[in-house]
Design a binder for this molecule. Sequence first.
Ligand code: AVJ
Length: 321
Amino acid sequence: TIEADQLDVLLSPDDLRSVLERDALRGLTASPKWLPPKYFYDDRGSELFEQITRLPEYYPTRAEHGILQSHAGEIATAAGCETLLELGSGSSTKTRLLLDALRDAGDLRGYVPVDVSAGALSESMPALKQEYPGMEIRGVIADFDAHLGALPLPGRRLWALLGGTIGNYPPAERAQFLSAIASAMQPGEAFLVGLDLVKEPGRLMRAYDDAAGVTAAFNLNVLSVLNRELDGDLDPSDFEHVAIWDDVNEWIEMRLRARGPVHARLGVLDLEVVFDGGEELRTEISAKFRREPIEAELRVAGMEPTHWWTDGDFALALARK
Ligand code: AVJ
């Protein structure tokens, strides 16, 4: 169990619902249709994502883990921080590598996991509390697009955004988000960001369209989220999973393509949702990075990139305010 003084709720379930209503109305009435990827992660979606991280085709999680295993000590020393603030904490294997390294570097004081999902925090926090007895743990339920300025400050923080989550933001939003992080950081704090790198398109495509169909199920699950939260009657079997590599923008796009004409309704929005046969709904972009351009973006946002660790497939970049 989590005690009340260990949890800040900046985002209530009602808030999350009204953001979903606004995003769904905006995205489903747009042309082409789109939805933000944050709604993938209900309990079922989070479980499917955990399965994705174990697929043979999905290399980013293993790659990032390997880099952390090899370099966590250097990262902790370079960061020189006493608190780990993790944006989108999810499951905590990577967290432990960083916490151990910060502890070995001698400075560990606190851990601040930030997530939209209370479920993720109530799973990870009790165990971490036991494993790191002297450490202050302060979970925050927040939308990290909205609440960066309101996060707790128990000592100098290492801000971590792992897994390649930054890739979900299209360039303009990414610039805004990085600036918002930079302005929420105190001088002397550090930012560690996980970046999936541009590579051979075949490998990228397979990572987002696996043979076992787990990514397809993950993508289609967002329709169940809409049905449940917005009283909808979308039929997942009316849609197929599509992953494409956009080599101009250098991002993967996931879409749901209507197998034929679709007429559905979202009761809460009082909205008819109509698809032509073959029409696509964009559900995610996952941008892939190159070193110089993303380092330039970090500088524009107001940070100074200082370190870059990579295995050739994935990279961790460290920047300071
Ligand atoms: C959690 C956003 C990093 O973009 O690779 C995995 C999500 N989507 N398979 C990614 C995802 C399809 C993942 N991120």
